[in-house]
Ligand binder design. Structure first.
Ligand code: CP3
Length: 375
């Protein structure tokens, strides 16, 4: 075993394997890694680990040739999300290739409104497309049971927990009600979610009812993911940066707080990561107000602010995904600044938002090697 370990270390120095951990159960080397069980969970609970554990938002995706291949086999993107065999495969692809410390369930935040009966399709180059929901349709969402439609997703989580070694954290996730609602209302992505903001101002009661319904089903959805084997969960609020202060309080903080308390009531010890992208100075109170354990930081958060937020608990982030596209000095500099500012506290290294399809794989390897080189 020792010999095998040293072989891996040597190879990793030559960048053949830019990491030193073994992730899949049944592997000859399982458990020989850093000798730490689920570092991501320990950090989420406030422990410091150096070098920090690392994963990437959207780590399974189009920048990987093996993802593109499986996606083609699946047919549509949604078919991929609802096919446990293929969803497990694409979730594991970045783990096999890079050895991230966490695997994130392969699915999408919009499967929740889809399971609520809203139509959804993904078009190449256009992203998600839905029929915009009207204020008078919201009450009708109350009676829909989502769990039948979600059964394949829970099965994917169950199989993933079986496949992954004990050291690799399995993350479940959902979209935050506000971000999910923006797509339900506009029917597609927009630059600033003006349709959803307008809907909030014009149909306040309907909006609050929609957010509340989404909060309840999202909490149930996370609970089922945890029951199926997710070790921690992340709530993606990718569009929380477009609201004013009062709107942020009503549309982002309140529904996420509801999700957290509903999940906590059943699983008090499972860490919850909140990612209120673009929240700016409103990041300051988010952890206290919502009750999330850890904060996902987007790349616009200054490291001085990140350091303050880290004094209260774990932070995750926040490399600009464009530094990863650029590679070279821009990438090294971005990594070093984050490690320099946040490396001596509870940190999970990540991007400040999802990896983009044009990112060269070699740059991902460069990032992992640099983050893990500091030991
Ligand atoms: O992180 C992961 O690897 C897990 C899988 C995951 C996907 N989407 C797969 C996906 C996760 C966690 C998401 C979250 C998601 N989906 C968010 C929140 C995070 C964020 O990125 O802001 C949002 C807003 C969505 C909605 C969504 N899904 C959009 C706007 C798009 C189109 C943009 C794009 O990249 O194409 C998607 C599609 C999508 N979701 C893809 C993937 C891999 C690409 C679809 C494809 O393969 O063609």
């Amino acid at each position: 075993m020792e010999k095998l370990q040293s072989t891996i270390l040597t190879e990793s120095k030559n960048h053949k394997i830019p990491f030193q951990r073994i992730y899949l159960k049944g592997s000859l080397l399982a458990g020989t890694a850093r000798g730490m069980a689920r570092e991501v969970i320990e950090v989420l609970k406030g422990a410091k680990r150096y070098p920090p554990p690392i994963w990437m938002m959207r780590q399974a995706g189009r920048y990987l040739p093996e993802y593109r291949q499986t996606r083609e086999k699946a047919g549509s993107f949604l078919d991929l999300c609802y096919n446990p065999e293929l969803a497990v495969e694409v979730t594991l692809q970045p783990i096999r290739r890079f050895g991230f410390d966490a695997a994130i369930l392969f699915s999408d935040i919009l499967v929740v409104p889809h399971a609520l009966g809203r139509d959804l399709r993904f078009e190449e180059g256009r992203g998600p497309l839905m029929t915009p929901i009207g204020a008078d349709e919201i009450a009708g969402l109350a009676d829909v049971d989502i769990h039948g439609a979600m059964a394949p997703v829970y099965e994917t989580v169950r199989r993933l927990r079986e496949e992954l070694s004990g050291e690799t954290t399995l993350l479940g996730f959902c979209g935050a009600p506000w971000t999910v609602a923006t797509y339900m209302i506009a029917g597609h992505g927009t630059p600033d979610q003006a349709p959803a903001r307008l809907f909030f101002y014009k149909h306040r009661d309907a909006m609050e009812a929609l957010l509340d319904r989404l909060a309840v089903v999202s909490a149930e959805y996370l609970v089922r993911q945890i029951e199926a084997g997710a070790d921690a969960v992340q709530i993606f609020d990718s569009w929380s940066g477009v609201l004013d202060e009062a709107g942020f309080e009503t549309c982002c903080v309140r529904p996420v707080c509801k999700i957290v308390s509903l999940v906590r009531a059943q699983f008090p010890d499972v860490p919850i990561i909140g990612f209120p992208k673009g929240a700016g100075t409103l990041y300051e109170n988010y952890r206290g107000q919502t009750g999330v354990d850890a904060l996902g930081l987007d790349w616009s958060v200054p490291l001085s602010q990140a350091k303050r937020l880290q004094a209260e608990g774990a932070v995750q982030g926040n490399l600009d995904p464009m530094r990863l596209v650029a590679g070279g000095r821009a990438l090294d500099e971005g990594i070093d600044r984050i490690l320099g500012a946040l490396g001596d506290g509870p940190l999970i290294f990540n991007l400040g938002h999802g990896i983009t399809p044009e990112t060269p794989i070699a740059h991902v390897e460069q990032m992992i090697a640099r983050v893990r080189a500091v030991r």
